[in-house]
Design a protein around this ligand. Structure first.
Ligand SMILES: [Zn+2]
Ligand SMILES: [Zn+2]
Length: 237
Protein backbone atom coordinates (compact mmCIF):
# COMPACT_ATOMS: atom_id res chain seq x y z
CA UNK A 1 0.00 0.00 0.00
CA UNK A 2 1.36 3.40 -0.93
CA UNK A 3 0.42 6.85 0.19
CA UNK A 4 1.95 9.84 -1.57
CA UNK A 5 5.71 9.77 -1.88
CA UNK A 6 6.10 7.54 1.15
CA UNK A 7 6.42 3.91 0.90
CA UNK A 8 4.72 1.78 3.48
CA UNK A 9 7.79 1.91 5.62
CA UNK A 10 7.24 3.88 8.84
CA UNK A 11 10.26 5.73 10.17
CA UNK A 12 10.62 6.02 13.91
CA UNK A 13 12.81 8.84 15.19
CA UNK A 14 14.85 7.96 18.21
CA UNK A 15 14.17 10.05 21.38
CA UNK A 16 17.47 11.91 21.12
CA UNK A 17 16.35 13.58 17.89
CA UNK A 18 13.21 15.12 19.35
CA UNK A 19 13.34 18.84 20.04
CA UNK A 20 14.60 19.85 23.46
CA UNK A 21 11.16 20.90 24.67
CA UNK A 22 9.89 17.41 24.12
CA UNK A 23 12.73 15.97 26.07
CA UNK A 24 11.73 18.06 29.01
CA UNK A 25 8.36 16.46 28.70
CA UNK A 26 9.47 13.35 30.51
CA UNK A 27 7.44 14.93 33.30
CA UNK A 28 4.45 14.40 33.73
CA UNK A 29 4.42 10.68 33.95
CA UNK A 30 1.12 10.14 35.63
CA UNK A 31 -2.29 11.70 36.26
CA UNK A 32 -0.99 12.82 39.66
CA UNK A 33 1.79 14.74 37.92
CA UNK A 34 -0.75 16.39 35.65
CA UNK A 35 -2.76 17.57 38.63
CA UNK A 36 0.37 18.85 40.36
CA UNK A 37 1.48 20.76 37.27
CA UNK A 38 -1.94 22.29 36.83
CA UNK A 39 -2.15 23.33 40.45
CA UNK A 40 1.31 24.86 40.25
CA UNK A 41 0.35 26.72 37.13
CA UNK A 42 -2.83 28.18 38.58
CA UNK A 43 -1.22 28.96 41.89
CA UNK A 44 1.51 30.90 40.11
CA UNK A 45 -1.00 32.58 37.86
CA UNK A 46 -3.13 33.88 40.73
CA UNK A 47 -0.11 34.66 42.84
CA UNK A 48 1.42 36.81 40.09
CA UNK A 49 -1.96 38.35 39.25
CA UNK A 50 -2.54 39.26 42.91
CA UNK A 51 0.88 40.83 43.19
CA UNK A 52 0.30 42.75 39.99
CA UNK A 53 -3.01 44.11 41.29
CA UNK A 54 -1.32 45.07 44.53
CA UNK A 55 1.34 47.01 42.67
CA UNK A 56 -1.21 48.91 40.63
CA UNK A 57 -3.03 50.11 43.75
CA UNK A 58 -1.34 53.25 44.91
CA UNK A 59 -1.90 55.20 48.10
CA UNK A 60 -2.88 58.78 47.53
CA UNK A 61 -2.58 61.19 50.44
CA UNK A 62 -5.01 64.10 50.33
CA UNK A 63 -3.76 67.08 52.35
CA UNK A 64 -5.54 70.31 53.14
CA UNK A 65 -3.03 73.08 53.55
CA UNK A 66 -4.04 76.42 55.00
CA UNK A 67 -2.17 79.51 56.03
CA UNK A 68 -1.90 80.18 59.74
CA UNK A 69 -3.69 83.43 60.58
CA UNK A 70 -5.34 83.53 57.17
CA UNK A 71 -7.44 80.41 57.16
CA UNK A 72 -9.47 81.46 54.13
CA UNK A 73 -6.42 80.73 52.00
CA UNK A 74 -6.12 76.99 51.41
CA UNK A 75 -5.33 74.27 48.87
CA UNK A 76 -6.17 70.60 48.73
CA UNK A 77 -3.33 68.56 47.33
CA UNK A 78 -3.15 64.88 46.33
CA UNK A 79 0.26 63.25 46.51
CA UNK A 80 1.38 59.62 46.20
CA UNK A 81 2.66 57.86 49.31
CA UNK A 82 5.93 57.01 47.59
CA UNK A 83 6.59 60.66 46.81
CA UNK A 84 8.56 62.86 49.16
CA UNK A 85 8.18 65.93 51.34
CA UNK A 86 10.44 67.59 48.78
CA UNK A 87 7.69 66.99 46.19
CA UNK A 88 5.06 68.34 48.59
CA UNK A 89 7.19 71.42 49.31
CA UNK A 90 7.46 72.08 45.59
CA UNK A 91 3.73 72.02 44.92
CA UNK A 92 2.97 74.13 47.99
CA UNK A 93 5.40 76.77 46.75
CA UNK A 94 3.90 76.75 43.27
CA UNK A 95 0.25 76.65 44.28
CA UNK A 96 0.53 79.38 46.93
CA UNK A 97 2.62 81.56 44.65
CA UNK A 98 5.69 81.37 46.91
CA UNK A 99 9.29 81.56 45.82
CA UNK A 100 10.69 78.59 43.90
CA UNK A 101 14.23 79.92 43.72
CA UNK A 102 14.83 81.34 47.17
CA UNK A 103 14.20 80.57 50.88
CA UNK A 104 14.36 77.37 52.88
CA UNK A 105 11.33 75.56 54.19
CA UNK A 106 10.61 72.71 56.56
CA UNK A 107 7.83 70.38 57.64
CA UNK A 108 7.46 69.61 61.30
CA UNK A 109 5.41 67.59 63.75
CA UNK A 110 4.03 69.06 66.96
CA UNK A 111 3.90 72.74 67.70
CA UNK A 112 7.48 73.96 67.55
CA UNK A 113 9.03 73.74 64.14
CA UNK A 114 12.54 74.46 65.36
CA UNK A 115 12.41 71.47 67.70
CA UNK A 116 10.51 68.92 65.70
CA UNK A 117 11.44 69.68 62.12
CA UNK A 118 11.87 66.88 59.59
CA UNK A 119 14.84 68.69 58.07
CA UNK A 120 15.11 71.74 55.87
CA UNK A 121 14.32 71.78 52.16
CA UNK A 122 15.84 74.22 49.72
CA UNK A 123 14.08 75.61 46.61
CA UNK A 124 15.83 73.01 44.44
CA UNK A 125 14.06 70.25 46.36
CA UNK A 126 17.22 69.22 48.18
CA UNK A 127 18.15 69.11 51.85
CA UNK A 128 17.83 66.86 54.89
CA UNK A 129 14.05 66.76 54.79
CA UNK A 130 13.59 66.53 51.03
CA UNK A 131 13.90 62.77 50.47
CA UNK A 132 11.63 61.72 53.32
CA UNK A 133 8.76 59.68 51.89
CA UNK A 134 5.19 60.79 52.61
CA UNK A 135 4.20 57.25 53.69
CA UNK A 136 7.22 56.76 55.94
CA UNK A 137 6.17 58.70 59.06
CA UNK A 138 2.96 56.90 60.00
CA UNK A 139 0.41 59.55 59.03
CA UNK A 140 -3.27 58.63 59.29
CA UNK A 141 -6.53 60.42 58.48
CA UNK A 142 -6.69 63.57 60.61
CA UNK A 143 -2.95 63.76 61.24
CA UNK A 144 -1.67 67.31 61.45
CA UNK A 145 1.77 68.52 60.60
CA UNK A 146 3.15 72.00 60.10
CA UNK A 147 4.99 73.67 57.28
CA UNK A 148 7.14 76.73 57.50
CA UNK A 149 8.16 78.63 54.43
CA UNK A 150 11.10 80.99 54.71
CA UNK A 151 12.90 81.02 58.06
CA UNK A 152 13.13 84.81 57.73
CA UNK A 153 9.47 85.78 57.35
CA UNK A 154 8.30 82.53 58.99
CA UNK A 155 5.11 81.96 57.10
CA UNK A 156 3.38 79.01 58.74
CA UNK A 157 0.89 76.62 57.23
CA UNK A 158 -1.28 73.91 58.71
CA UNK A 159 -1.05 70.62 56.83
CA UNK A 160 -3.88 68.19 57.63
CA UNK A 161 -4.20 64.72 56.16
CA UNK A 162 -7.85 64.52 55.17
CA UNK A 163 -7.97 61.15 53.49
CA UNK A 164 -5.85 58.27 52.30
CA UNK A 165 -7.24 56.94 49.05
CA UNK A 166 -6.21 53.58 47.69
CA UNK A 167 -6.60 53.80 43.98
CA UNK A 168 -5.68 52.07 40.81
CA UNK A 169 -4.08 54.70 38.70
CA UNK A 170 -2.21 54.71 35.50
CA UNK A 171 -1.63 58.41 35.10
CA UNK A 172 1.26 59.99 36.89
CA UNK A 173 0.39 63.63 37.34
CA UNK A 174 1.06 63.72 41.07
CA UNK A 175 1.27 65.71 43.20
CA UNK A 176 -1.63 67.91 42.08
CA UNK A 177 -3.99 70.56 43.42
CA UNK A 178 -7.52 69.16 43.56
CA UNK A 179 -9.27 72.25 44.93
CA UNK A 180 -8.55 75.65 46.41
CA UNK A 181 -10.24 78.64 48.02
CA UNK A 182 -12.20 81.03 45.88
CA UNK A 183 -10.00 83.95 44.91
CA UNK A 184 -10.96 87.29 46.38
CA UNK A 185 -10.50 90.68 44.83
CA UNK A 186 -8.70 93.30 46.87
CA UNK A 187 -8.61 97.03 46.22
CA UNK A 188 -5.70 99.41 46.46
CA UNK A 189 -5.67 101.34 49.78
CA UNK A 190 -3.91 104.35 48.30
CA UNK A 191 -6.30 104.65 45.38
CA UNK A 192 -9.23 104.22 47.79
CA UNK A 193 -8.07 107.24 49.84
CA UNK A 194 -8.43 109.38 46.72
CA UNK A 195 -11.81 107.88 45.91
CA UNK A 196 -10.69 105.45 43.19
CA UNK A 197 -11.45 101.73 43.07
CA UNK A 198 -8.45 99.87 41.66
CA UNK A 199 -7.72 96.16 41.85
CA UNK A 200 -4.66 95.52 44.04
CA UNK A 201 -1.89 93.06 43.25
CA UNK A 202 0.61 93.65 46.07
CA UNK A 203 0.72 93.57 49.84
CA UNK A 204 2.93 96.16 51.50
CA UNK A 205 4.48 94.64 54.62
CA UNK A 206 5.77 97.86 56.16
CA UNK A 207 2.43 99.64 55.76
CA UNK A 208 0.55 96.55 56.97
CA UNK A 209 2.64 96.48 60.12
CA UNK A 210 2.04 100.20 60.77
CA UNK A 211 -1.68 99.92 60.08
CA UNK A 212 -2.14 96.70 62.03
CA UNK A 213 -4.00 95.22 59.08
CA UNK A 214 -3.10 94.15 55.56
CA UNK A 215 -2.50 97.03 53.17
CA UNK A 216 -3.07 96.19 49.52
CA UNK A 217 -1.72 98.19 46.62
CA UNK A 218 -2.14 98.36 42.88
CA UNK A 219 1.01 97.99 40.77
CA UNK A 220 1.25 101.73 40.14
CA UNK A 221 0.94 102.78 43.79
CA UNK A 222 3.36 100.01 44.82
CA UNK A 223 6.03 101.75 42.78
CA UNK A 224 5.33 105.20 44.19
CA UNK A 225 7.79 107.09 46.40
CA UNK A 226 5.69 106.52 49.50
CA UNK A 227 6.54 102.79 49.47
CA UNK A 228 10.06 103.13 48.09
CA UNK A 229 11.87 101.18 50.81
CA UNK A 230 8.97 98.96 51.77
CA UNK A 231 9.12 95.19 51.51
CA UNK A 232 6.27 93.87 49.39
CA UNK A 233 4.88 90.62 48.16
CA UNK A 234 2.29 89.43 45.69
CA UNK A 235 -1.15 89.17 47.28
CA UNK A 236 -1.71 85.80 48.91
CA UNK A 237 -4.93 84.46 47.55
ZN1 LIG B 1 -3.33 102.28 43.73
ZN1 LIG C 1 4.08 100.75 52.04
Amino acid sequence: MKSGAHSGKVEFKPMEELPATFEMGRFPKSLGDHVTINLMFWFNYFHIEARYMEQKKIRIYRFRISMRGRGSIWRKIDIRGDQTFGDLDRIIRISFNLDTFDHLSEFYGGKQWYRSGFGSINPLGEGEGADLRIDSIGLGTGSKIGYIYDFGSETHFYVTLQQVLEEEINEDNFPRVVSENKKKEYYCSDCASSGKKTIASMECWACSENAGKLVYLCGKCAESEKHEDHLMDDIMN
